[in-house]
Design a protein around this ligand. Structure first.
Ligand SMILES: [Zn+2]
Length: 78
């Protein structure tokens, strides 16, 4: 099952939130503000659903992003 990832705003590095969730559940889930003590920079960050994303294999990831975001400049060539 994919894990939720968060990108540290200080270091720009990804870290796992230690939460495994499948894509369907994540789509439907609602998250309150939560906090994480960041293993990258040592600070505490607040996060919501919009700040996190699922770790998925690259191929699936590409399709998911395309579907989710719809047309944007990265896909305008097609
Ligand atoms: Zn951090």
């Amino acid at each position: 099952m994919p894990e939720l990832l968060y990108r540290c705003p200080v270091t720009g590095q990804e870290l796992s939130l230690g939460i495994s969730v499948d894509a369907d559940t994540f789509e439907k889930a609602e998250f309150d503000y939560r906090t994480i003590v960041c293993s990258k920079c040592g600070q505490q960050h607040e996060w919501t659903k919009e700040d996190v994303y699922l770790q998925v294999p690259p191929e699936v990831d590409r399709r998911t992003r395309e579907k989710k975001q719809g047309p944007d400049e990265r896909f305008s060539g097609r």
